[in-house]
Design a protein around this ligand. Sequence first.
Ligand code: ACK
Length: 301
Amino acid sequence: GSTSGSIDMELLKEKEIDRNRLQCGQLLGEGAFGRVVKATLTPPEEVDLEVMVAVKELKDDDDPQARQALLRETCIMLLCGNHDNVLGLKGICFRDGPLQLVLEYAEHGSLLHLLWTLRAESKLNRTVLVNKRHIFENMMLEVCCGLEHLATRRLVHRDIAARNILICGKGTAKIADFGLARDVYAVGYHRQDRGDALLPLKWMAPESLKNEARFTHKSDVWSFGVLLWEVAQLGRTPYPGIDGADRIYDALQNHFRLPRPQLCTEERYQLMLKCWKFNEETRPDATTVRKLLKADPNGFF
Ligand code: ACK
């Protein structure tokens, strides 16, 4: 049956790409299990109409668990469907060679990268922050739109963070990296089935820290609050000095929250605190967060 996290080979076959159409180039980056390279994709007929793509492949293509995980990630992206604020999937190569996931190319890389660049620029000239504020406000609205789309598709991302928001040409923000994403059961949450997964502890809601099975749209909203904090902190890492799920959980339960960044208004910090309501029932959904952001367009910097 079509249970959560299953791999639907029929669905994958419809998206098969002949790997001869790919020409791989420079390395864009590496993660724990995979790497991403820049490539060009030649359309089946018109040879002169190449498009830039990003190709995700495994570091160890012989690892059956890693292959399963990448195939599942592909199926999740297919379930997600097209949306302007979700990174597009072009297709997958799985025959006669290594698995290669062919993704939309994000010209400007990750939001985290962009924030680091902005931090360096702002040291030389503080005015860039105010000049670029609207760009980041807009990106956060776009991420909310992406989250709203995921909710309509009953998908929980589980790894919303600046490193996983990619910025395409024209500055459009797209939710990427569905490696931890899952489709939701009717009850609204599901069981962790990959014991070795590296979990993004500092972005996780308390209910997910307590019970690694419990991820919902509301835990994605918690992570979105941490993402807002990352933007206001120009890409700094949350909770320096606190490590381990138990210690973070205890701190949150004792009402400790990430401190207010200097580069945001009190109102924007209040919005972060709403995303970090301990009780998920009282947290706003992505639509409400988007409206609150929209009503306060000068919250950063
Ligand atoms: O921050 P970055 O430059 O943007 O470094 C990471 C790295 O690969 C590891 O994930 C970059 N990356 C991932 N997917 C894409 C993509 N579709 N287009 C462009 N860069 C990408 C990411």
